[in-house]
Write a protein that binds this ligand. Structure first.
Ligand code: NAG
Ligand code: NAG
Ligand code: NAG
Ligand code: NAG
Ligand code: NAG
Ligand code: NAG
Ligand code: NAG
Ligand code: NAG
Length: 532
């Protein structure tokens, strides 16, 4: 170490002492420039100052052997081809003769040499050391570098190395990804283009996987682009339970846990909807699915993490059940009614059949319309059909509402008692009132018997029963009445006449006996019934 630094100091001392006293200039053998851009020829010179200080310098750059004046301290002496395009970047008094040439074109190729004129000393052309300029017509493609594999949570820094010929005329560099930017210029290698490193720091995401990370450098003449394909490692995303779109009930089914991840998932878990672990393979087999099979979810795991699917219910196909004829609770006679065939099935029923109670096919739509229903309208059933099978409702009788109709069997009969019967057919059942049409006296039924839609009202009595009674029936839909003859009871009448005769005889006997006895007092006795 010490040896090398010693050698270096010696070399520097030699160089300084040399340049201090000799006519010598140092410049690279060649420089490379980009067409349209600028280039700098770095240059230092020395002269035999011999301890004196000189302040007035005239620097001149020539192209070829004094062919064109590229630069002159007196700018009017510059050749037309280089007017306005050249300048010294340093200070001649500091031994810096670096030349900058702008707006390079291919005709600027060629050796350049430097000459110095020092007032009160001498003039010298350093024609031993010359610099040739190479002009590149197109810029070089940048070099993008980034880690082979990045992870989706850790920030990463990518570098884009951009070549240029002049620090004051850098290309515009851009990335196709958002992030934090910075740039760093590298020291120049003689004869090569300059290099500036542009960095981008960003946190890669799942979406960046297999995407190009590209860097563009926009030069005056052209824009050049390069890219690296990002390889991003990320935990499972979009985890799904995949299965056949549908399964027939009682069949078995294989479920697969699919996910998007890099690297691919290497472990799985299957859970029932209440969190019980069911399996840990990539696929999970269910042996006999039913319409009640619960939803399940799966979890996919890779080196980067894990993620779960939502609960997934299997689409189990089964034939219709709970088939019912649905209609309004009740409907008035002579109205029309719409019947709907309801059922549970998967897929939903796609075909229907309507049957009368004796099995005649009436229709095949989801709804069936009956135009003028009557109390005699038959019970009806429907059948729902899907891809899996069919099932039928029971026969359904409609609840038809109609006002009371008093049947012709209604009548009165008299044996020992008088019994009147009023048979009323109605829906809903009617109420009945009995009237004596003469006295508008009302009686209530002695008994009421209901058989289906028929209600039998009975009124019962004996002596004092009116000769005609009216049966008045009504429900919410209307009323109806009938007048019934009540035959008078002969036996009761004869018994009554006979008893009255006996009583009369007794009175007569009594009166006669009283007359014959002296203390006679006759009490009027009233017997019997108002009817007598
Ligand atoms: C030419 O340049 C070299 C270094 O590049 C230097 O050592 C040498 O002295 C120079 N010669 C002249 C004549 O300037
Ligand atoms: C960068 O972010 C901005 C908003 O923050 C967005 O509009 C733009 O599309 C992003 N560009 C890229 C290349 O992602
Ligand atoms: C799991 O995946 C969903 C999308 O399928 C995503 O929205 C969610 O952020 C992921 N969770 C984790 C922890 O990666
Ligand atoms: C499935 O099996 C059960 C029990 O054996 C049975 O009740 C059911 O009807 C079957 N389902 C189908 C669609 O065959
Ligand atoms: C028809 O439905 C009933 C219940 O509504 C159900 O018990 C029966 O199993 C079903 N028949 C068929 C063949 O699915
Ligand atoms: C049920 O009755 C209402 C009126 O009471 C009627 O608008 C409707 O259409 C009826 N529905 C059916 C299915 O008949
Ligand atoms: C229905 O129509 C028939 C015949 O027109 C009639 O006899 C019957 O009384 C009607 N029913 C009702 C409830 O209006
Ligand atoms: C019986 O119905 C008729 C119409 O049908 C109505 O005019 C009458 O008022 C009703 N009588 C009673 C007591 O409701």
């Amino acid at each position: 170490m010490a040896f090398w630094s010693c050698l270096l100091s010696l070399f520097l001392w030699l160089r300084v002492s040399l340049t201090a006293g000799e006519w010598s200039a140092e410049m690279p053998k060649s420089v490379v420039g980009l067409s349209g851009s600028c280039v700098v020829i770095p240059c230092t010179f020395s002269y035999p100052a011999n301890g004196k200080t000189y302040t007035e310098f005239t620097g001149v750059w020539y192209k070829g052997y004094y062919e064109l004046t590229v630069y002159h301290t007196d700018t009017s002496k510059i050749s037309d081809a280089f007017q306005g395009r050249t300048s010294l970047t340093g200070d001649l008094r500091q031994n810096d003769c670096s030349l900058k040439i702008s707006s390079l074109s291919s005709s600027d190729t060629g050796p350049f040499m430097f000459r110095i004129e020092i007032k009160d000393l001498d003039k010298f052309t350093y024609d031993q050391n010359k610099t040739s300029v190479t002009v590149n017509e197109t810029p070089e493609i940048p070099v993008v570098s980034v880690e082979e594999e990045v992870t989706s949570v850790k920030p990463v820094t990518a570098t884009c190395a951009v070549f240029h010929s002049c620090p004051s005329d850098l290309p515009r560099v851009s990335w196709n990804h958002n992030g934090t930017h910075s740039s760093l210029s590298q020291p120049q290698n003689p004869g090569h283009l300059r290099l500036t490193l542009y960095t981008l720091t960003f946190t890669p995401s799942r979406e960046d996987h297999n995407k190009h990370l590209s860097c563009s450098a926009e030069y005056k003449v052209k824009t050049v682009t390069n890219y690296k394909t990002l390889k991003v490692k990320y935990p499972p995303y979009d985890v799904k339970v995949v299965s056949k779109p549908s399964v027939k009930e009682n069949d078995s089914v294989e479920l697969t846990c699919s996910s998007d991840s890099n690297p691919p998932a290497n472990s799985y878990q299957w859970f029932s909807s209440n969190g019980i672990l069911l399996g840990n393979k990539h696929t999970h087999r269910l042996e006999r699915v039913s319409r009640h099979t619960e939803a399940m979810s799966c979890t996919a795991i890779n080196t980067e993490g894990k993620n779960s699917s939502g609960p997934r219910k299997i689409n189990v196909l089964y034939p219709p059940y709970n088939v019912n004829v649905v209609t309004n609770h009740s409907v008035k006679e002579n109205d029309s009614v719409e019947l709907t065939c309801s059922s549970n099935s998967n897929p939903p029923a796609n075909s229907y059949q309507w049957f009368s109670s004796n099995g005649i096919l009436l229709g095949n739509k989801h709804t069936h319309r009956l135009e003028r229903v009557s109390r005699h309208t038959e019970a009806i059933s429907c059948t729902a059909i899907n891809t899996e099978g069919k099932n039928s409702s029971g026969l359904q009788k409609l609840n038809i509402l109609y006002p009371p109709e008093i049947k012709s069997e209604s009548s009165c009969q008299t044996k020992i008692l008088t019994v009147c019967v009023c048979n009323v057919d109605s829906n809903p059942p009617s109420e009945v009132k009995w009237f004596d049409p003469d006295s508008s006296e009302t009686f209530s039924s002695t008994s009421i018997k209901q058989t289906e839609s028929l209600t039998i009202f009975t009124l019962q009595g004996w002596l004092g029963f009116p000769e005609t009674v009216q049966c008045f029936a009504n429900n919410i839909l209307g009323n109806s009445s009938i007048t019934l003859e009540a035959p008078q009871n002969g036996i009761i009448k004869h018994i009554a006449v006979a008893s009255a005769a006996v009583v009369l005889v007794c009175i007569v006997v009594y009166v006669v006996r009283k007359r014959w006895t002296t203390s006679l007092q006759i009490d009027g006795a009233r017997f019997g019934h108002p009817l007598l």
